[in-house]
Design a protein around this ligand. Structure first.
Ligand code: FAD
Ligand code: GLY
Length: 383
């Protein structure tokens, strides 16, 4: 651990998947980088996630956000290979694809709409009848009417991903200050100069704000960042169940939940969407509803044992799009936060886009729709 008073080219607040990936990319570019993490590396949303790379299954319309997630998803094959070469860690990138089941009249209407607009947009989407689905996944409920298949919606093991990006950043010589809470981002003459932390002051010309849903834990020149301006926590509970035979291969969504089969003989079922502040408890009602929805998709899960339950906090912005790019008023302050439900999916692209912004002053990704300036600046900070 480096002394907190050291000088760095870039200081990253937050050691989740976003902060560590940016640290890796900037260190690869030859910068002296420090990650400031108040706990252990990668123990928050990045660890709690389901690992789905689902640009189409979770999309509601063709827009700049859809372009962003599709582009990031397409980067994953190379990203996984590069991480394996760099660290020896396999992030279990799986390409079987995703199924979305129609189980009711309302589902049929919703999926028919999705089918229409995604076909019109030229996206890779298939319609399968119930027999076709059961050939792929025999465990799916007999009440299935039909399903959509998204061949390009994939998955990774996000916990392995987290370990891998942190290892890659360390290997590329990034410094980690753990159990160190960032308090205040300091600028002078509208240029970032330092961060004060629980362990002292870190000097840096660039500060990257990658603190997930904890934006209100920080101040900028002594003024608190309003949580309702940047991000708010949205709890998601999860449960892992032992996987029955024959083993499920695809990520499977219904309108109520999802199942993510994992190597190692278990399936993750999720999730809840709860605005309960920073409360990360697993609750009886949360788990009961996830189990009901999991069994609705695959009735044979009812007899399976529970392996693990957990909960995490998704970082949600007002419009549910991430905040990526420079602060309009303070040079050297860059945001990479608010990835909400798609932070694992957006990891490769965020790492690339933010490192380009820092090292070249611009990114090959159009970040304008995701700039913090889209929000009302008067709401930004409270005294
Ligand atoms: P985090 O992982 O939360 O990391 C932020 C870090 O910043 C934390 O380690 C925290 O300790 C640190 N920090 C905060 N404040 C400070 C401070 N002041 N000083 C120092 N350190 C600080 N995404 C997908 O793409 N696919 C999925 O299938 C998926 N499923 C999900 C399921 C659930 C239940 C949840 C909760 C999320 C899911 N997500 C999914 C979303 C994804 O997990 C997040 O978008 C992503 O992990 C955000 O990464 P992050 O690094 O920004 O945040
Ligand atoms: N993307 C899945 C979730 O956030 O629950």
């Amino acid at each position: 651990m480096a002394p907190a008073s050291s000088q760095f080219d870039a200081a990253i607040i937050g050691g989740g998947v976003i902060g560590c990936t940016i640290a890796w990319r900037l260190s690869q570019a030859g910068m002296r980088v420090v990650v400031i993490e108040r706990g252990e590396i990668g123990q928050e949303a990045s660890w709690a996630a389901g690992g789905m790379l689902a640009p189409l299954a979770e999309a509601n319309r063709a827009d700049a956000f859809l372009d962003l997630v599709i582009r990031s998803c397409a980067m994953y094959g190379d990203f996984a290979r590069e991480l394996r070469e760099m660290t020896g860690i396999d992030i279990a990138y799986r390409t079987e694809g995703t199924l979305y089941l129609a189980l009711s009249d309302a589902d049929e209407e919703e999926l028919e709409h999705r089918w229409q607009w995604q076909c019109e947009a030229g996206l890779n989407i298939k319609k399968l009848n119930a027999d076709d689905v059961r050939n792929l996944e025999p465990a799916v409920t007999p009440t299935l009417r039909w399903a959509l298949r998204f061949p390009d919606d994939h998955q990774v093991d996000n916990r392995q991903l987290m370990v891998a990006v942190a290892a890659a950043a360390k290997k590329a010589s990034a410094t980690f200050l753990l159990h160190t809470e960032a308090h205040d981002i300091v600028s002078s003459n509208s240029q970032v100069s330092a961060i004060t932390t629980s362990q002292g002051t870190v000097q840096a010309d660039t500060v990257i704000f990658a603190a997930g849903c904890w934006s209100d834990s920080l101040t900028i020149n002594g003024t608190r960042v309003k949580n309702d301006f940047l991000v708010e926590p949205v709890r998601g509970q999860m449960i892992a169940l032992e996987m029955p035979e024959p083993r499920m291969q695809h990520v499977i969504y219904s309108s109520n939940g999802y199942l993510v089969p994992r190597h190692g003989g278990y399936v993750i079922a999720g999730s809840t969407t709860e605005k309960v502040g920073y409360d990360k408890r697993v609750t009886a009602s949360g788990i009961a509803s996830i189990i009901d929805h999991a069994i609705e998709i695959a009735p044979n899960l009812a007899a399976q044992s529970v392996r693990e339950t957990w909960a995490g906090l998704r970082p949600k912005t007002k419009d549910e799009w991430p905040i990526l790019g420079t602060d309009p008023g303070i040079k050297g302050l860059i945001y990479a936060t608010g990835h909400y439900r798609n932070g694992i999916l957006l990891t490769p692209l965020t790492g690339q886009a933010i490192s380009e912004l820092v090292t070249r002053g611009e990114s090959t990704v159009n970040l304008t729709p995701f700039n913090v300036a889209r929000f009302d600046q008067d709401l930004r900070r409270s005294a």
